[in-house]
Design a protein around this ligand. Sequence first.
Ligand code: 6FA
Ligand code: ABL
Length: 536
Amino acid sequence: TPYDYIVVGSGAGGLVVADRLSETGKKVLLLERGGPSTWETGGRYGPTWANGHNLTKFDVPGLFESMFNDGNPFWWCKDINVFAGCLTGGGTSINGALYFLPPYSDFAPTTGWPVSWGNHAPYTAKLKARLPSTDAPSTDGKRYLEQTFDVAATLLKGQGYRQITINDNPDSKDHVFGYSAYNFVGGKRTGPVATYLRTAKARKNFTFKNYVYVLNVVRKGAQITGVKTNDTSLGPDGVIPLTPKGRVVLSAGSFGSPRILFRSGIGPTDMINIVKNDAAAGPNLPPQAEWINLPVGYNVSDNPSINLVFTHPSVDAYDNWAPIWTNPRPADSAQYLKSSAGVFAQASPRLNFWRAYSGSDGKTRWLQGTVRPGAASVTTSYPYNASNIFTITAYLSTGITSRGRIGIDAAMTARALVAPWFTDPIDKAVLIQGLNDIVSNIKSVPGLTLITPDNTTTIANYVNNYDPGSLNSNHWVGSNTIGRVVDENTKVFNTNNLFVVDASIIPQMPMSNPHATIMSAAEQGVARILALPGGP
Ligand code: 6FA
Ligand code: ABL
């Protein structure tokens, strides 16, 4: 059966879009390549300690760190060579759920947005109304495992930082810190899955399908007539048609949406030629005369980030989160099962901070920091007490000038063809300065020791020798930049009825971990799609 709207991908962008489209009563189909995630969506992958409680890995916030050391990590996209969630909820079902409402600059013309997008406030207000934030996610209102907050707060106050409630002051982003903010509700992962998807599913005109992989859009010149999927039960050759005035919205993420465009004959010629040479995908391309040349995959950014690892005698490293899946601290798992309270009601971060820097080119760049117990890796010549370790990750965000490129290889794996970090050495210089500032007054905090890098390595050498892949922050944006690939209504240039709404349209690094900004952008994008004449 034909649909008025087909939305591809159930992540941060796609769920907002699909829910708002379905509010209008039009026939909406949401296709997700992955399987279920939280219990509510049909997911059943939970720790044995939670048996009988209807809880999965994706429901319990305190299981977040176990995403990275599981024997069967079925939630990662296998054909994207960096972390990306391929399941109901996309990234929002596996991420740290840090949730920071956007400041003005996230949508300002100076960061590349069309002028008409400048006032994000009504859209962010809609988001906030559906999905509130909290910086005390435990249901008893208490905060747990706060030693790293206290140590880092002392350190930062010595550098002129002041404490705020982060989401009460979204535009205060210089020399500020606060308790980490999340979109957990009732001590559980909530995100767009337990809000937008829930309301969409309650509507008769809305259909959601898991395990459907969209290969390409079917088009005749500028007109999209449907999508081609891997599921031949859905239509001849797996093609699902649109109604005559129907529209497709791609929300397959910063790697997934460009790949679908390439496979639909939209993008740079070198990428479409890779598709053409693929035995399976090539025959689905439109004739070469109908290829649409757009800079899909260019102007990509991701925060360059560097981890500093410390010890402090007061810190409980929480066994570096290693036992949480199979052998948690009994009092903590019991408390969570009883009342959705305690350590397991929160992901690992405890404190976030921001500071503005001006670079030698006169441009302002913002640094964001995240503090958490434990560490992903330790390299040190010091003896140290592993039960006291904690990490400060420093991310360079809004204002970075480095850019990379996303594309596909011959195996059709989506990857960075040009890594986006430090292509401009001034970004690197600013991050080095920021890291030096973070440790500048370390001696004023008794017992605080920097162990990675240790005192045989300068910060500058540490950054210069950092494994480039480890600079990845999982915050990829820009591969379908608004104004270059899509117009200000999020419509792909030179098409009649193809739209993109996800992280890929964002022209430059948002201020913070980006999923709140992506959802605000989706609220605004879908409002524009609905307001645009000519639709169903
Ligand atoms: N962002 C935050 O704001 N706070 C965080 O704490 C945070 N943490 C993480 C994190 O810990 C990790 C490990 C990762 C990978 C990301 C994190 N992020 C965080 C970033 C945030 O999750 C992403 O920026 C955000 O989810 C991106 O939203 P998008 O809507 O652009 O894209 P998604 O990846 O969420 O969703 C795409 C969906 O499309 C997926 O469900 C995918 O399965 C589906 N899809 C892709 N190709 C498809 C196809 N061909 N057919 C059908 N479905 C497809
Ligand atoms: C984010 O926004 C980042 O994308 C994640 O990388 C980060 O989680 C979360 N938020 C929480 O701050 C980190 C984990 O804490 C590490 O254990 C892990 O090694 C790293 O992600 C992998 O990128």
